[in-house]
Design a binder for this molecule. Structure first.
Ligand code: PLP
Length: 400
């Protein structure tokens, strides 16, 4: 009889990504089974009552729990070093479940200005209408976080590296400020994944994932997750099972397969991204390159302390030609690519190219974009797994 993968401490993270969370049914399948059923049946009325009452653990209904989704949660929890993971239908619903679980009307959230455009909308527009107070501050200036704290502050919310400028915050420093204020630090770890950065080990309380990105890794499914202690995840789960922002079992299965290759993929993404960032930096038509793995990145040293590498996202500013507007220059480069996909998704094996100002961040006001440093000349590339020479060749417009 083989041992269960119970003592997670003795296995390396790479091994956990392949093995943790996996549980076979009586058939002994080696690859995880997909449970596409909505409900589960009970031996008798007493067992149904015990399951519903919580005195007997087990599945009831797939809006609450599902064996394939549970395997996903356990694998990601093992990788992040979290007690508990709550899987959600998307990254956005992970953020929503986190806030709805932990905050009430009148509570206050301090959020980085440099977060995913849709997250800005959720905090600054939708949740605000329901009585959540939100203050946006600079990701990198800890004094602004300190100054924003009120007696009602419940959460600090950051993405590091940020989208699309790859700015880095010191997780430990922000965690200390949050804890002194009696608040929790939430880190959206979508850009790094636990293969590169483990926010809980750096002092954060809660992790958000869009599993849609690198956890899947091949652009197939939408999903998300919230991770933290059992106590913090209890109200998050309570919201999820009631509101129904549940991850589908099929998607959980895709993500389980994705996580098995997470470490090798992230290393390959980062290797390509560093090479591309260095090449971009050498092009006269490029004004500036943002990549945490470059020595020229303002927080390079901090990034290399918090992360095992620079990750897979590179952004850069195209220099407009004489008489050309910034956006015109950026769009011309994007339209000159033959291979790289013009899409806003990231974390795919296929490299993608985006003009943030007119797509992902178009609903952010021009002033807010300017304050965040997202100019009309900025381009983001989520560097995929193609050969580096083919990526450079696809951007040859810069050398023409
Ligand atoms: C994509 C993304 C989200 C939202 O995730 P969805 O799965 O698209 O809902 C949240 N945060 C970051 C950093 C993202 O890139």
């Amino acid at each position: 009889m083989k041992k269960e993968l119970s003592d997670k401490q003795i296995y390396h993270p790479e091994t956990l990504s392949v093995r943790a969370g996996s549980e076979a049914t009586e058939y002994g399948e080696n690859s995880e089974a997909i449970f596409l059923n909505s409900s589960f049946r009970f031996k008798n009325a007493a067992q149904a009552a015990a399951r519903f009452g919580g005195s007997e653990p087990g599945n009831i209904y797939s809006r609450f729990t599902n064996p394939t989704v549970t395997m996903f949660q356990n694998k990601l929890a093992a990788l992040e070093g979290a007690e508990q993971c709550v899987a959600t239908s998307s990254g956005m619903s992970a953020i929503l479940a986190c806030v709805m679980g932990l905050c009430s009307a009148g509570d206050h959230v301090v959020a980085s200005r440099s977060i995913f455009g849709t997250s800005v909308q959720l905090f600054g527009n939708i949740l605000k209408r329901w009585g959540l107070e939100v203050t946006f501050v600079s990701l990198t200036d800890s004094k602004e976080w300190q100054a924003a704290v009120t007696s009602k502050t419940k959460l600090f919310f950051v993405e590091t590296p940020s989208n699309p400028l790859t700015e880095i915050c010191d997780i430990q420093v922000l965690a200390d400020i949050a804890h002194q204020a009696g608040a929790y630090l939430v880190v959206d770890n979508c850009f790094c994944t636990p293969a590169i950065q483990k926010p809980l080990a750096l002092g954060a309380d809660i992790i958000i994932h869009s599993a849609t990105k690198y956890i899947d890794g091949q652009g197939r499914c939408l999903g998300g997750a919230v991770l933290g202690t059992k106590a913090l995840m209890e109200p998050v789960y309570a919201f999820l099972r009631t509101a129904g922002v549940t991850m589908s079992a099929f998607n959980a299965w895709v993500f389980l397969k994705g996580m098995e290759t997470l470490f090798v993929r992230m290393e390959a993404h980062a290797k390509n991204a560093l090479a591309l960032a260095k090449w971009l930096e050498a092009q006269p038509q490029v004004a500036r390159v943002h990549y945490p793995g470059l020595a020229s990145h303002p927080q390079h040293a901090l990034a290399m302390r918090q992360q095992t590498n620079g990750g897979g996202i590179v952004s850069f500013e195209v220099k407009p030609k004489a008489g050309q507007a910034q956006q015109e220059a950026a769009w011309a480069l994007i339209d000159a690519t033959q291979m790289i996909s013009i899409t806003a998704n990231l974390g795919d094996a296929k490299s993608t190219i985006t003009h943030p100002a007119s797509t992902t961040h178009s609903r952010v006001s021009a002033e807010a974009r300017a304050a965040a440093g997202i100019t009309d000349g900025l381009i983001r590339i989520a560097v995929g797994l193609e050969h580096i020479e083919d990526l450079k060749a696809d951007l040859a417009f810069l050398t023409s």
